[in-house]
Each structure stands twice: as structure tokens, then as C-alpha cells.
Design a protein around this ligand. Structure first.
Ligand code: FE2
Ligand code: FE2
Length: 367
């Protein structure tokens, strides 16, 4: 049961009660109850916004009912988990609050927890490190003049990856009008970094050859989701002038913990809280453990660890939004708008276009 506190009008309170009582998750809404899991502030004017605290100790959302430009421009100064806009809908609200990692007291006995912990650690140790090709590619940098030939030579040695790259570069996402049939041609047209990134994504296919029915998905869908989150994170990273290469890698690896945890789940899970409740761990923290072992740069590991946290740093928050966009494609426009305000992005048109092209791309590689 998720406790929500609304700081706002009685009218909104009544409306939320009606909407959320019908939802699959039990929810109680109160105005004054202590320690809610989630707080929602209703913002109907710039004055209300200015009266609202800027940082919070629990996941907090702003429900914005006024489109005043000054108000919207100021939203980025508030460390919120996200924004909610009218009209309020059950799906709209639930998609926000269930994407968070809410710390729930686990029902697991202490001894069982310890045993599971040891087993999970052992399992994380046994996950093979990133494929050698991916590791080499991550090390290659554009500045090195020998890199491009080295890159294409390395890729060509792997038939499976070469085929996957050729299929991927022909996706509408890359916007290349002509048919690309070779790695050399693909590199010439798309450039070093794009090919390097596609190759890393392709080489990760091997991790997903597993049964993911406990996550109600398939390995190929997981792989595609990771690739989409990588592309979205990179797009946002470029826009914000951040290290988008690291963000791409973080996106590819963000759910790697599921590869370990899936073997411990006895019941299907819908949300990250369900993992926590069933086994006392979640895939974000286990993913970070695996990446630490692989000696992946710490900012990537940290972003993976916090990709469901409302108070994540910039990288974690980018993953958080990218994940949310890909998991709720039908709400993508709204989440992108929310993200625009949270990061204070001026013009979102091109970003939106690129993100939509990425998530709606049904490439045969992932089938
Ligand atoms: Fe996740
Ligand atoms: Fe995810």
C-alpha cells in the first residue's frame, strides 16, 4: 500500500481519491498523515510554487495546474521526482509513483535475508564480464588516429555483431536515407562514435539469452529496452552537454541487475518494490554491484544504482526519465515535457523527435 499525501485543494483531494481507489495498487490519500511514501504539491500559481520547499526527504511531485511561463521556468529549481499535469488520470498518476524505488520493509526473515544475500553475491560474481569486444570498444577513443580502422577491423571479426550493426544503422532513428550494407560504409556515414555505440549494444545480446518471464518480458525485449534507454539517455546527454558516451553505456547497463535477480524470483514482479518485498534486494543495487566488479567508471555505476530514485544526481535522473519514457511509450510526450521542465531544456522539439524515433523503431535485430 502506497501512502500519498496531497498538499492542495479539497477538490483535487477528492478527485485523486476517486481515481486511485480504482487502481490495482491499494492507495490511501490523506492530507495530514505522517510520513507518506509520496507527496504531491498542487501548484496553481507562481505564489504557491514559491511557498513550496525546494528539496524533500521523500519522493515528491508537483501537480501543475497553471501554464504560466515564469512558473514553468522555475520548476527546474525544485528537486522533485516528476511533474503531473491535468487531466488527472489513474494511469497517469500510477505510472509516476510506481516507477520509484520506495523503500518498503521487507517481510523476509533475517536469516533468510542473509542466505539470499550470500547467494546473490555469488551469482553476481559469476556473471561473465562484458564481452571482450565491448571492453575494447569502450576503451577506443576518437582521438586516436588508428582507432577507426582498428574499430572496424575488430567488428568485422564478429559476424553476428556485424550483421546486427548493419541492420541497426538502417533504422529510421539514424536517419540515413540510403541502404547501408557494410561496416565500412556504415562507419563512413554515421561516424566513429555511433558505430562504436551500436557495436557495444550489439555485443550485449549474449546477456539477454535467458528466460525473463518473472519480469513478464523476454530477453530480446529486455535487450531492446536497454538499447532504447541508452539512445534516449544519449540524446538528453547531448542536449544538456554532458558526457553522453557514459550516459549511453549507463542506459545499456541500467537493468543488468535483473540478469542476476531473475534467478531468485519466485513470483512475477511488476515493479522494483516487488523485488524488494520478495527477496530484500532490487535490481538497481545489484546492477551496481556487478558493474563495480567489472570496474565500469563510477559515474555509470552510480547512475545505474539510482535509476529508480527520486533524488538521483543528474546522470541517475536522466536514466530515470529515459527508463520511464520507454516503459510508458503511450505517455512519452507528457514525460518528455515533464523532463524538459525538470532539466530546464529550452527547446525540446528536436529532442522529442529523436526520442520518439528511437522508441518507435521496431528493428528486426531485436526480434
Ligand atoms: Fe530498472
Ligand atoms: Fe529499465
Amino acid at each position: 500500500m502506497i501512502k500519498i499525501m496531497l498538499v492542495g485543494s479539497n477538490h483535487t483531494l477528492d478527485m485523486m481519491k476517486v481515481l486511485l481507489n480504482e487502481s490495482a495498487i491499494e492507495t490511501s490519500i490523506s492530507k495530514n498523515e505522517a510520513l507518506p511514501d509520496v507527496t504531491i504539491y498542487e501548484i496553481d500559481s507562481i505564489q504557491t510554487l514559491f511557498k513550496t520547499p525546494k528539496s524533500f526527504t521523500n519522493p515528491t511531485f508537483l501537480y501543475i495546474t497553471n501554464n504560466n511561463k515564469e512558473l514553468l521556468d522555475n520548476v527546474k529549481n525544485y528537486a522533485v521526482s516528476g511533474l503531473i499535469f491535468p487531466p488527472l488520470t489513474t494511469v497517469g498518476i500510477m505510472s509516476k509513483i510506481t516507477n520509484l524505488s520506495l523503500i518498503k520493509p521487507s517481510k523476509i526473515k533475517k536469516e533468510d535475508y542473509e542466505v539470499t544475500r550470500i547467494k546473490i553475491m555469488a551469482k553476481s560474481e559469476s556473471i561473465p564480464p562484458l564481452p571482450a569486444l565491448a571492453q575494447e570498444l569502450i576503451k577506443l577513443t576518437r582521438d586516436d588516429s588508428t582507432s577507426i580502422t582498428q574499430l572496424t577491423d575488430n567488428i568485422k571479426m564478429d559476424q553476428g555483431i556485424s550483421t546486427a550493426i548493419v541492420k541497426l544503422v538502417n533504422s529510421p532513428f539514424y536517419g540515413v536515407k540510403q541502404d547501408i550494407s557494410s561496416i565500412d560504409r556504415a562507419t563512413a556515414l554515421l561516424g566513429f562514435n555511433s558505430i562504436k555505440n551500436i557495436a557495444i549494444a550489439s555485443s550485449m545480446n549474449s546477456y539477454y539469452q535467458k528466460n525473463f518471464s518473472m519480469y513478464k518480458t523476454t530477453g530480446n525485449e529486455m535487450w531492446k529496452h536497454s538499447y532504447n534507454v541508452a539512445c534516449i539517455s544519449q540524446i538528453i546527454g547531448k542536449q544538456l552537454e554532458l558526457d553522453h558516451e557514459s550516459l549511453y553505456l549507463a542506459g545499456l547497463l541500467h537493468d543488468i541487475g535483473k540478469i542476476v535477480l531473475v534467478d531468485f524470483l519466485e513470483k512475477p514482479v511488476n515493479y522494483i518494490e516487488d523485488e524488494q518485498e520478495q527477496i530484500g534486494f532490487n535490481h538497481a543495487e545489484i546492477g551496481a554491484l556487478v558493474l563495480e566488479k567489472w570496474a565500469i567508471v563510477s559515474e555509470v555505476t552510480e547512475a545505474v544504482k539510482t535509476h529508480h530514485n527520486f533524488d538521483a544526481d543528474t546522470f541517475g535522473k536522466i536514466l530515470y526519465f529515459a527508463n520511464k519514457i520507454d516503459n510508458n511509450k503511450e505517455l512519452a510526450d507528457e514525460i518528455i515535457r515533464e523532463m524538459q521542465l525538470v532539466f530546464g531544456i529550452q527547446d525540446i522539439t528536436i529532442v522529442t523527435k529523436k526520442i520518439l524515433a528511437a522508441i518507435n523503431d521496431d528493428n528486426e535485430v531485436f526480434r
